[in-house]
Design a protein around this ligand. Structure first.
Ligand code: SAH
Length: 213
């Protein structure tokens, strides 16, 4: 089933980058979904995890990974660890000299992700219980920032914590009607913004997220 997804991506040119495909091969997604869904780990669909959250569908994770243009040795900030799967994929691309700092606001998921990463033998991801809409000042600045929850707008602290030459990626828009994937490239302290397509994510919470009623 894993091979079928890879050949589907290759056939339709969804994912072209060899290193990104290799990262998908190297991370056991079955370790990142709840046990009862283990047999569905390679279906191209999101799956429920604790706290009413979801692990994104494989195509979404891989497209975002490719669009982030990760290089070895980089330091990446993720907002929304969830299962830890996206962080695990990124950790393969930055390699042992790089690092992924991943923030999660739901404590139960912090524990779930740490366990999943550990049993997958991944050591260069640090999961932090934190409101990631504030970024994570302590480890800033970052070469890459990835937001894996829907934002009303890109949180200002994240733009501040992005290195010059860095890339930030995240879905911006409405919870109900969906979001557009925005890629921001910071160059000479100016921001270039691109729109990459439509997606549907669970809402970002916290200070710069959607207000809860
Ligand atoms: N990247 C995840 C999927 C993320 S789903 C994976 O690979 O499985 C979005 C996640 O963002 C949820 O787990 C949700 O709890 C988390 N989240 C929402 N608002 C947040 C915030 N302000 N800071 C950190 N995490 C947040």
């Amino acid at each position: 089933m894993k091979e079928e997804l890879i050949s589907y991506w290759k056939t339709y040119g969804v994912i072209r980058d060899k290193d990104v495909l290799q990262a998908f091969k190297d991370v056991p997604r079955e370790n990142f979904v709840p046990e009862k869904f283990a047999d569905q780990a390679y279906i191209d669909s999101p799956l429920p995890i604790a706290g009413g959250q979801t692990i994104s569908q494989p195509s979404t994770v891989m497209v975002m990974t490719e669009e982030l243009k990760v290089k070895t040795g980089q330091k990446i900030l993720e907002v929304g660890t969830g299962s830890g799967y996206q962080a695990a994929i990124l950790s393969k691309l930055v390699g042992s000299k790089g690092k992924v700092v991943s923030t999660e606001i739901v404590l139960e998921l912090v524990d779930f992700a740490r366990k999943n990463l550990e049993r997958s033998g991944i050591e260069n991801v640090e999961v932090i219980e934190h409101d990631g809409s504030l970024g994570y000042e302590k480890e800033a600045p970052y070469d890459r920032i990835i937001i894996t929850a829907a934002c009303p707008k890109i949180p200002e602290p994240l733009i501040k914590q992005l290195k010059n030459g860095g890339i930030l990626l995240g879905p911006v828009g409405s919870i109900l009607r969906g979001q557009e994937m925005i890629r921001i490239t910071k160059k000479d302290d100016e921001l270039k913004e691109e729109i990459l397509g439509e997606f549907l994510f669970v809402p970002l919470r916290g200070k710069h997220g959607f207000k809860e009623k």
